[in-house]
Design a protein around this ligand. Structure first.
Ligand SMILES: Nc1ncnc2c1ncn2[C@@H]1O[C@H](COP(=O)(O)OP(=O)(O)O)[C@@H](O)[C@H]1O
Ligand SMILES: [Mg+2]
Length: 287
């Protein structure tokens, strides 16, 4: 696959928000992180890869009203330009999920290079030069849609709750990421793990954080997303939390998460320059 040749290197960072367990905070994180990055004047494209379409409706696109979206893009029935929609935030665009995405897992089975359909669609549309961040909201499974996300992404961001059951999911996801690194996408890294619906008062939460930090040192974001009613209300108004109630704890936590992410990336790029531009990816791959 031809990478940048005559022009400037493509600049978008592609982040898959993934965890194969449902209800861990993926969609809330994908939507509110994307909105928070857009609020810091980054050009952001949110892509809804979950047939449930919750990320789409969280930015104003109800699944049953979407006729052109992720499915049409992946199946080659629509160009990137046709699939991209605007949102209330000027620098946040979205490719919403249409109802047809439900059938994509099955229809993609027979496609040529079925694991890289999304990656190629983004390349064709020159997506990396048009956005600073592309954020995928993944479904709660490790099927072909998630596989396409992990093959197209540079990094995986893992939202999880601080519960013991959530630890099982983390192990399975880690195995999948390793398998994808050794096959389709050797450059895939884990961007980090973010604790969602976090209640700092419980001992269980502290124990789970300690356990995750033991296995994934340096991966856990300092920012914790608290339980916050505004985060669960705002989707039904078709808005990210920062447009619904900018002062709410939930909106502020996701703005902090975006800042932390930007700072981490900045620190990495500075240390890359120090080491002659060699990107130290291994440092972000857990043992
Ligand atoms: N920090 C939070 N505080 C309160 N409710 C939340 C929070 N994060 C997510 N929720 C709610 O929990 C449910 C599951 O979250 P969601 O982001 O949809 O998870 P997933 O995409 O992993 O299934 C949703 O109803 C969502 O509104
Ligand atoms: Mg979801």
């Amino acid at each position: 696959m031809a990478e940048a040749e005559d022009h400037d290197p493509p600049n978008a960072t592609i982040i898959a928000v993934s965890n194969q367990k449902g209800g861990e905070g993926k969609t809330t994180t994908a939507v509110n992180l994307a909105a928070s990055l857009a609020a810091s004047e980054r050009r952001v494209l949110l892509i809804d890869l979950d047939p449930q379409g919750n990320a789409s409706s969280s930015v104003g696109y109800a699944r049953d009203e979407v006729t052109v979206g992720t499915y049409e893009l992946m199946l080659g029935q629509a160009s990137l330009d046709e699939a991209v929609q605007e949102t209330e935030l000027p620098t946040l665009s979205v490719i919403p999920a249409s109802a047809d995405l439900t059938g994509a897992e099955i229809e993609l089975v027979g496609a040529d290079h079925r694991e890289s359909v999304l990656r190629r669609a983004l390349l064709r549309g020159d997506a990396r030069s048009r956005w600073d961040f592309i954020v995928f909201d993944c479904p709660p499974s490790l099927g072909l849609l998630t596989l396409n996300a992990l093959v197209a992404a540079d990094a995986v961001l893992i939202p999880m709750q601080a519960r013991y059951f959530s630890l099982e999911g983390l192990g399975a996801l880690h195995g999948t990421i390793d398998a994808i690194r050794s096959s389709f996408n050797p450059n895939l890294v884990i961007e980090g793990i973010v604790f969602c619906m976090f209640d700092q008062r419980t001992n269980l939460a502290k124990q789970v954080v300690a356990e995750v930090e033991k296995h994934f040192p340096q991966y856990v974001f300092d920012t914790r997303i608290p339980q916050n009613i505004r985060l669960s209300e705002s989707p039904s108004f078709g808005k990210p939390a920062l447009l619904y109630d900018i002062g709410s704890k939930g909106a502020v936590a996701y703005l902090d998460l975006a800042d932390e992410l930007l700072q981490r990336m900045e620190a990495r790029s500075t240390s890359d320059e120090d080491s002659d531009g060699v990107h130290d990816k291994e440092a972000r791959s857990p043992a």
